[in-house]
Structure formats: structure tokens, C-alpha cells
Design a protein around this ligand. Structure first.
Ligand code: HEM
Ligand code: NAG
Ligand code: NAG
Ligand code: NAG
Ligand code: NAG
Ligand code: NAG
Ligand code: NAG
Ligand code: NAG
Ligand code: NAG
Ligand code: NAG
Ligand code: NAG
Ligand code: NAG
Length: 356
């Protein structure tokens, strides 16, 4: 008995010993810019709405941009940094290049925010990381009428490595256990994996991401037998076997409702219309496919879960308080080592003060 208590005490002390130090940095808050820049969120929203009026597809791009930012070094806008002479950045890694889009929209939103709330000695502007999160939220509202508030206060990172993108972003060839592991590594549950995959209800994919299912699939089958045959024929037509011209070809990911962010992704999955091996994988494991069923039958329930999961994804490894920096140009770190990279660098002196 005594020894059991000792063990419990020991485990307790161990837990205390390995517990992280108390957070010295702030938490994300809804309305973080209420005082410093009250129009920040509405200015981003207007920029996203204008970009969407020009090109609807950009909404899908912005939602994916948020996912790819948060899964690599946390939601710190590292995905926006350009490669330099001695560094290949995340955005140039195969999972992002050339398919990831929306960078110009974030640049425009950042400029619009800076125009009303400058990044001076006492910066009032929003870091790029929050702008990415706001833009994804606005894109979900515009493409799916899914509205939610997103807490803010994220700061920008200054490291962006292509190797991190390759290591953290799941491949479209993934099976169920690989997907679950990739999401668990970001503290997202298997249910949240299924919920967030519903984003594949909008947007497009290049042929390279699903070609594995069309040709030379296995020794016994030219195509993936779990892909709807009529759909497979359509995809083969769009993406011919040895055509050199299909490199830029894209197809809608949800053939049922391609431009509306809704639960038809799950209905499509059940009809073997999921585009990627990774989409179909959600039907191959009991728990996941039960969640697919729930979402297929309950559009409002899925939309509510999607909003919650986007907020949770937006909290992955965030930098807050005095961590990180507030970039002035979302493509370039403010730091000294990259001083010779354009107009943003000229005001570096004040930015170093501002970043304290
Ligand atoms: C579960 C693991 C996931 C895998 C393996 C995956 C993979 C992919 C791939 C390969 C593409 C097409 C890229 C191309 O070839 O053009 C794509 C597109 C897209 N993904 Fe995912 N994805 C996953 C999860 C997510 C999540 C969690 C979100 C957001 C919440 C998301 C949002 C999107 C969107 C909106 C597009 C369309 C982008 C556009 O039209 O520009 N994906 N995804
Ligand atoms: C900002 O204002 C909104 C609306 O009044 C409120 O819900 C939110 O808590 C405020 N946030 C902060 C950090 O003051
Ligand atoms: C409009 O969209 C096209 C691509 O569809 C893009 O090339 C162009 O820069 C966009 N214009 C504006 C003002 O956003
Ligand atoms: C990148 O190269 C520049 C000039 O060639 C150098 O000043 C800088 O320190 C290098 N940065 C890193 C991270 O190696
Ligand atoms: C959008 O959702 C709200 C409730 O969240 C609803 O009242 C409204 O009718 C919806 N709008 C459209 C166009 O579906
Ligand atoms: C899933 O894929 C991983 C990586 O390719 C592989 O190691 C694993 O055996 C696969 N699991 C199943 C159940 O097929
Ligand atoms: C996941 O949660 C654990 C425990 O709260 C934490 O230590 C870890 O940093 C989190 N990981 C991510 C990627 O957020
Ligand atoms: C299919 O794959 C096999 C094994 O990788 C290869 O030998 C064969 O040439 C491929 N066939 C076609 C049509 O690409
Ligand atoms: C595609 O490749 C196959 C096998 O190498 C060849 O038989 C066929 O003629 C090629 N088709 C075209 C359109 O080039
Ligand atoms: C794909 O698009 C890029 C950029 O617009 C262009 O340089 C390239 O030639 C295109 N490739 C093909 C195969 O059409
Ligand atoms: C299935 O879901 C239950 C309840 O959410 C969970 O306890 C269990 O670990 C899950 N099993 C797998 C294999 O994911
Ligand atoms: C990145 O930020 C860290 C911590 O704030 C700092 O030590 C480092 O010098 C910065 N690097 C660059 C290239 O700005």
C-alpha cells in the first residue's frame, strides 16, 4: 500500500518535473486587434471577397494555404516565405509547388492592413500568420456559408524549409493509418481528420496527385478498382497516360458540387468518387468510415465540426506574445541575414525595435 502511494507520488513528481514552464506568452484571443486595428479583419475579408469575385477558385487555395501553414512549423506563415540563394523554402517543396495558390491575395490583404494600421515602432498591423487564418475563415464563409470567429494573436516565424513541408504534409497516396498519424502529430483526432478532409469539397487537383489510380495500378488491374469506373474514364480523358501536356491540367476534386464547400465530399466518397487514394482511405477503417457516414447524413453537424476543427488547426504550435516577429513583407523575414531582399529591408532598423 505504502509502496503504491510512493509510486503514485513519484509519478506525480515526475509529471510536475516534466511539465512545461508556465506560458510566458499570450494566448490567441477573438478580436485581438479590437483596440490596435479594429478594421483589420474586415479589411482582410474585403480583400478575399474581391479576389474571389475575380477568381472563385482562390477560396479553395486560401483554405489549403492555412492547412499547409499550420502543419509545418505551426501557424506562423512560414509557408509564405520565398526561397533565397541559400535556402529552399516550404513553398517550393513538391507538396506546395506548383499547386499551392493564394499568395497574391495574402500580399494584397497585408498591404491593405498596413495601409490602415502601420508596422511602425509600435506596430498596430497584423502579422502575416493571422492574415492567413482570417483569409481561410473568410474563404469558408464565401464558399460554404460556414461562419466562425477565429482567435488571433499569432506571430510570424522566420524559418521556412522545404524539407519540413515534405516531412509534415500528408501525401495523396497515404493510407488511413498514415493519415491518422500525421494528424495525431498535430494533436488532431481521427474524427478531425475526417472533418477537415471535407475541404476537398472545393478546389482542384493536378493529374499527378491521382495518376497512380488511373494507370498501371497493379499487376491485375490497370486502374484502381475502388474508383468509380465512369469517373475513372473521365479522369483518364482529362489526364492521358503519356501526354506531356497534362502537367498543368486540373480537375475538380468534388464532381458533385465542385465550388460549394459542403458535405457532398462525403456523399461522393461513398459513391467511390473520392479523387485521391487518401480520400478513399477514409472508408477503409471502421472509425473513419463511421465519421464519413455521420458527415454525409448531417450537413449542419459537419459544418459546425468543420468550423471548430479549423479553429483548432489554427492553434497548432502558434507563436504569441513576444515570440517570432511581425513581418512587414509576408515573403521576407525582417531579420538581418536577409537584408538585401527588396524594399521591405530598407526599414529594417525600426522593425528590429518593433519586434522586441
Ligand atoms: C488528409 C490529408 C490531405 C491530403 C493527403 C491532401 C492532399 C491534397 C492534394 C494532393 C491536393 C491537390 C494538389 C494538386 O495536385 O493540385 C489537395 C487540394 C486541396 N486540399 Fe488537401 N489534402 C489533405 C487535407 C486537407 C485539409 C485538412 C484541408 C483544409 C482544411 C485541405 C484543403 C484542400 C483544398 C481546399 C484543396 C484545393 C486547392 C486548390 O484548389 O487550390 N486538404 N489536397
Ligand atoms: C473584441 O470585441 C469582440 C466584440 O465585442 C469581443 O467579443 C471580443 O472578446 C473582443 N476581444 C478582445 C481581445 O478585446
Ligand atoms: C484575377 O485572376 C487571374 C487568374 O484567374 C489573375 O491572373 C489576376 O491577377 C487576378 N486579378 C486580380 C486583380 O486579382
Ligand atoms: C545566406 O547567404 C547570404 C549571402 O550569401 C549570407 O549573408 C547569409 O548569412 C546566408 N544565410 C544563411 C542562413 O546561411
Ligand atoms: C447561411 O447560414 C445562415 C445561418 O448560419 C442562414 O441563416 C442563411 O440563410 C444561410 N445563407 C445561405 C445563402 O444559405
Ligand atoms: C500504410 O502506409 C505505410 C507507409 O507507406 C506503411 O508502412 C503501412 O504498412 C501501411 N499500412 C497499411 C495498413 O497498409
Ligand atoms: C500536442 O499537445 C501536447 C500536450 O498538450 C503538446 O505538448 C504538444 O506540443 C502539442 N503538439 C502540437 C503539434 O501542438
Ligand atoms: C507498369 O509497371 C511495370 C512495373 O513497374 C512496368 O514494367 C511497365 O512498363 C509499366 N507499364 C506501363 C504501361 O507503364
Ligand atoms: C504511350 O506509351 C505507350 C507505352 O509506352 C505507347 O505504346 C503509346 O503509343 C504511347 N501513346 C502516346 C499517345 O504517345
Ligand atoms: C505549365 O504552366 C507553366 C507556367 O504557366 C508553363 O511555364 C509551362 O510551360 C506549362 N506546362 C505545360 C506542359 O503546359
Ligand atoms: C475509435 O473511436 C473510439 C472512440 O472515439 C476510440 O476510443 C478508438 O480508439 C478509435 N479506434 C481507432 C482504431 O481509431
Ligand atoms: C529568427 O528568429 C530567432 C528568434 O527570434 C533569431 O534568433 C534569429 O536570429 C532569427 N533569424 C533570422 C534569419 O532572422
Amino acid at each position: 500500500m505504502l509502496s503504491l502511494m510512493k509510486q503514485i507520488l513519484f509519478l506525480f513528481l515526475l509529471a510536475v518535473a516534466v511539465a512545461p514552464p508556465p506560458a510566458v506568452n499570450g494566448q490567441l484571443k477573438i478580436g485581438f486587434y479590437n483596440q490596435t486595428c479594429p478594421s483589420a479583419e474586415s479589411v482582410v475579408q474585403k480583400t478575399v471577397a474581391a479576389a474571389s469575385a475575380n477568381n472563385t477558385g482562390i477560396l479553395a487555395g486560401l483554405i489549403r494555404l492555412f492547412f499547409h501553414d499550420c502543419f509545418v512549423r505551426g501557424c506562423d506563415s512560414s509557408v509564405l516565405l520565398d526561397s533565397t540563394a541559400n535556402n529552399t523554402a516550404e513553398k517550393d517543396a513538391p507538396p506546395n509547388h506548383p499547386s499551392l495558390r493564394g499568395f497574391e491575395v495574402i500580399d494584397a490583404a497585408k498591404s491593405a492592413v498596413e495601409a490602415i494600421c502601420p508596422n511602425t515602432v509600435s506596430p498596430t498591423t497584423a502579422p502575416c500568420a493571422d492574415i492567413v487564418a482570417f483569409a481561410a475563415r473568410d474563404a469558408a464563409a464565401l464558399s460554404g456559408n460556414i461562419s466562425y470567429q477565429i482567435p488571433s494573436g499569432r506571430r510570424d516565424g522566420n524559418i521556412s524549409l522545404a524539407s519540413d513541408a515534405n516531412a509534415n504534409l500528408p501525401s495523396p497516396l497515404s493510407n488511413a493509418s498514415t493519415l491518422i498519424t500525421a494528424f495525431a502529430a498535430k494533436n488532431l483526432t481521427a474524427d478531425e481528420l475526417v472533418t477537415l478532409s471535407g475541404a476537398h469539397s472545393i478546389g482542384v487537383s493536378h493529374c499527378s496527385s491521382f495518376r497512380n489510380r488511373l494507370y498501371n495500378f497493379s499487376s491485375s488491374s490497370q486502374g484502381d478498382p475502388t474508383l468509380n469506373p465512369a469517373y475513372a474514364a473521365l479522369l483518364r480523358f482529362a489526364c492521358p497516360f503519356n501526354s506531356t501536356s497534362s502537367g498543368n491540367t486540373t480537375v475538380a476534386m468534388d464532381v458533385l458540387t465542385p465550388v460549394v464547400l459542403d458535405n457532398f465530399y462525403y456523399i461522393g466518397l461513398k459513391m467511390s468518387l473520392g479523387l485521391f487514394t487518401s480520400d478513399h482511405a477514409l472508408l477503409t477503417q471502421g472509425n473513419l468510415s463511421a465519421a464519413v457516414d455521420d458527415n454525409a447524413w448531417n450537413p449542419a453537424g459537419w459544418a459546425a465540426k468543420f468550423a471548430r476543427a479549423m479553429v483548432k488547426m489554427g492553434s497548432i504550435q502558434v507563436k504569441t506574445g513576444t515570440q517570432g516577429e511581425i513581418r512587414r513583407n509576408c515573403r521576407v523575414v525582417n531579420g538581418r541575414s536577409l537584408a538585401n531582399v527588396g524594399p521591405a529591408a530598407e526599414e529594417q532598423g525600426s522593425s528590429l525595435v518593433a519586434d522586441m
